[in-house]
Design a protein around this ligand. Structure first.
Ligand code: SF4
Ligand code: SF4
Length: 408
């Protein structure tokens, strides 16, 4: 059988290049899904072997396709297999194309259908009224009137908040922190508010490229109307879409500079604009490299540069860090597909964190911070996760009521 989505991208021969060395199953702290399931199909190698067996007709559609579908969607897109593969298989791209193939064949996991309906109806993944992207949390902001003036105003810099950081308590802390840092450093920025639509990541990650295109085109047009030249986003999933995947999967060339939040903060350090760090933190921390920022976009040094700059921080790397960092389990839209599986993956992450002496696990990803914040106590750990932007705001002496409500 043929996989037309792989053909379209010229990748139809890739499954045949796997050398079956098994590095992607056991090496380098690799595949979290294989570690949990212990089944070949849940590793990169297993998926390539299954795909080529189907292509060669050595496995019947009935015997192979459903198992391959479950493994392709039972993956966090963490990039661990791609990082270690000796023949450089572009796994993350292939998995997303294969997900598109299953959508075309009417074999999308049924759990994803309500997700897409919610996105199309509400323009955000949480299913809330889209005006709540700013209005939902502006009352927490120490200067609500000043904040609301940024919504819809013309400016060269845009803060693209993202769905995860607009509607949920823990990631909202990083959003408030970022607006306060921008105000303190004199950044003239704009927010789209109700006109900000999802970046389309949940759709692109699950292979629904056609629906995702409407979201990308809407946001680009909205920013063009405001004269935006640069977009800053704290979410590495959103960043990956804007910086790479609109081009890769939708053939859209984004007409703006795109900067990830940790890069933005590191640039403030480089430009001597992050001044007034008056509040020594007196805390021991470790850092979790979210998969989309780390392995999938290669951004490792910027968050560390920012952490090194903060007063009163004792830093310790995780046993598995940077390109070997364990996935937290929340990526690849695995949580709506199989929440228990994502939690099992998270338990491996917690074990890694527990091997450090750090009180705080910092990350620069709202999804990772949120999932770890939720799961660490459930795994009987007393460590707390926090976003990089929040700890920077605290070092600047910035605070707000919601922050204390959240972190006590
Ligand atoms: S992307 Fe991550 S979870 Fe998925 S197969 Fe590769 S290593 Fe495993
Ligand atoms: S690391 Fe690459 S070549 Fe080796 S088994 Fe995995 S997919 Fe195949």
């Amino acid at each position: 059988m043929r996989f037309s989505t792989l053909n379209k991208f010229g990748l139809q021969d890739i499954p045949f290049t796997c050398a079956q060395c098994s590095f992607c199953q056991v090496g380098n702290g690799a595949c979290p899904t294989y570690k949990v399931k212990r089944r070949n199909s849940y590793s990169g190698k297993g998926k390539m072997v299954l795909t080529r067996s189907l292509m060669q007709g050595r496995l019947s559609k009935n015997d192979g396709l459903e198992g391959l579908r479950d493994a392709i969607f039972g993956c966090t897109l963490c990039g661990g297999c791609e990082e270690i593969c000796q023949v450089d298989i572009p796994f993350v791209q292939i998995y997303q194309l294969m997900r598109a193939e299953f959508l075309k064949r009417g074999m999308w996991p049924e759990q994803l259908v309500p997700m897409r309906e919610t996105l199309v109806k509400e323009r955000n993944i949480q299913g809330q009224w889209n005006g709540d992207r700013v209005e939902g949390w502006s009352y927490w902001h120490p200067d609500e009137d000043e904040l609301l003036e940024h919504v819809g105003r013309k400016a060269k810099t845009a803060f693209y908040v993202g769905c995860t950081s607009s509607f949920r308590g823990i990631p909202i802390q990083a959003t408030i922190a970022t607006t306060l840092i921008m105000e303190k450093t004199g950044e003239d920025y704009t927010l789209l508010g109700e006109e900000e639509w999802c970046c389309g990541a949940p759709l692109i990650m699950t292979g629904d490229f056609d629906t995702a295109r409407q979201f990308a085109e809407h946001n680009i047009a909205a920013y063009q109307e405001l004269g935006v030249e640069k977009i800053v986003t704290n979410c590495p999933g959103c960043y990956k879409m804007w910086a790479h995947e609109y081009h890769e999967f939708l053939e859209i060339d984004v007409p703006f500079e795109v900067q990830y939040g940790a890069q933005y903060l590191a640039e403030l350090v480089d430009d001597n604009r992050l001044t007034g760090l008056s509040n020594p933190l007196d805390v021991s921390i470790t850092f979790h490299d979210g998969c989309d920022a780390g392995r999938n976009c290669g951004i490792y040094e910027e968050p560390r540069k920012v952490l090194e700059y903060l007063p009163g921080v004792e830093f310790e790397e995780l046993p598995h860090n940077k390109n070997r960092c364990y996935c937290c389990g929340s990526g690849g839209v695995l949580r709506p597909v199989d929440a228990d599986f994502a939690i099992q993956i998270n338990r491996l992450k917690v074990k890694d964190i527990e091997q450090t002496n750090a009180d705080l696990v910092i990350s620069a990803c709202p999804s990772c911070v949120d999932f770890m914040y939720d799961q660490l106590p459930q795994a009987s750990s007393n460590r707390i996760s926090k976003d990089l932007a929040v700890i920077v705001a605290q070092a600047l002496g910035l605070t707000w009521d919601g922050l204390e409500e959240t972190y006590g």
